[in-house]
Design a protein around this ligand. Structure first.
Ligand SMILES: *[C@@H]1O[C@H](CO)[C@@H](O)[C@H](O)[C@H]1NC(C)=O
Ligand SMILES: *[C@@H]1O[C@H](CO)[C@@H](O)[C@H](O)[C@H]1NC(C)=O
Ligand SMILES: *[C@@H]1O[C@H](CO)[C@@H](O)[C@H](O)[C@H]1NC(C)=O
Ligand SMILES: *[C@@H]1O[C@H](CO)[C@@H](O)[C@H](O)[C@H]1NC(C)=O
Ligand SMILES: *[C@@H]1O[C@H](CO)[C@@H](O)[C@H](O)[C@H]1NC(C)=O
Length: 268
């Protein structure tokens, strides 16, 4: 659920508009069903249930995008004990093409590519690194990091990956790139948004993605990773601020604001 906001808000065309909730229709593969999101994103029924209850008391007022933003905050509170105020009033988007999702920062990106992609959205490198600690929760497809296990000619695996961890990952993700296989991103506490945990994994070379290890590749960025790991309270407040900022990306308000009546389908 935490990754919901990161993913939905970050497609380059739209912002935080709840479009990830829309079902595919004949001839139109939705964001929800893009390889980048399915099956990593789950729990859509929670949003749908909340929407049904809201519609029954207050028709057409609370957008799916707002429900998603509140649900994300609540999951951050429940899994990480981090609370923050969520501004409301987002409109819902009606564009939901899977092709938009492909433009998310891929796990093979290096530091300069990640920094550039976030800068385009108004985020500093420090904020980008701080948000990356959300990888302490959730699961990843093996295909997102198999290049680090099997694509190195001179060494058995990516030399920036801890060999013991690499061996364990190879058990869970045998060669062949089976798209159905997933692993927890933080095996010791997969369901807890624990402060400093993923930055700690990066410092121990026990992170899954090239895009994680690369965060430690310059003096400045490595310093941010280290600080996030060493000072949990500071990380928590930076994380909360970055989540609020993420939740405000490209929102539609005012006259342009649409509220979908059913989060899974566009209004007729
Ligand atoms: C990051 O990747 C881009 C694209 O492949 C490349 O041009 C750039 O030199 C890389 N940056 C670093 C620091 O490796
Ligand atoms: C979304 O927000 C970014 C950063 O504020 C801005 O550069 C971009 O033009 C916006 N895109 C749309 C479609 O509004
Ligand atoms: C393996 O590495 C080569 C050279 O860097 C690259 O061209 C190729 O796309 C990589 N393959 C995979 C599956 O990552
Ligand atoms: C992370 O960066 C720091 C500072 O450059 C370095 O001392 C450390 O060895 C790096 N650790 C990993 C796992 O890359
Ligand atoms: C919302 O739309 C979906 C897809 O058409 C449908 O299955 C679901 O029953 C609808 N929900 C409500 C509350 O009408």
């Amino acid at each position: 659920m935490v990754m919901f906001v990161l993913i939905t808000c970050f497609s380059l065309i739209q912002g935080c508009d709840g479009s990830v909730l829309i079902n595919s229709t004949p001839g139109n593969v939705a964001e929800k069903d893009s390889p980048a999101n399915n099956p990593s994103l789950r729990g859509f029924f929670i949003i749908d249930n909340a929407k049904t209850r809201l519609e029954s008391v207050c028709k057409g007022v609370v957008s799916c995008a707002d429900i998603l933003a509140f649900a994300t905050r609540d999951s951050v509170v429940l899994t990480g004990g981090i609370g923050y105020k969520v501004p409301a009033g987002r409109g819902d988007g009606n564009i939901y093409l899977a092709s938009d999702t492909v433009q998310l920062a891929p796990p093979t990106f290096n530091l300069s590519q990640l920094t550039a992609v976030f800068a385009k959205k108004g985020f500093a490198q420090n904020e980008m690194i701080t948000l990356s600690d959300a990888y302490t929760i959730g699961r990843s497809h093996c295909t997102a990091f198999s290049n680090r296990l099997y694509n190195f000619s001179l060494t058995p695996q990516d030399p920036t990956l801890n060999p013991v961890y690499a061996a364990a990952l190879k058990q869970l993700c045998p060669p062949g790139n089976d798209p159905a296989l997933v692993v927890p991103m933080d095996p010791s506490s997969p369901a807890i948004l624990d402060a400093g945990s993923y930055s700690g994994a990066i410092l121990k070379s026990r992170d899954l993605f090239t895009s994680d290890q690369t965060l430690n590749s310059t003096v400045n960025s490595a310093n941010t990773v280290k600080k996030n790991n060493e000072y949990p309270p500071q990380w928590k407040s930076k994380f909360a601020a970055a989540m609020v900022k993420m939740g405000e990306l490209n929102v539609t308000t005012g006259a342009a604001r649409v509220v979908r009546l059913n989060c899974s389908v566009v209004n007729k």
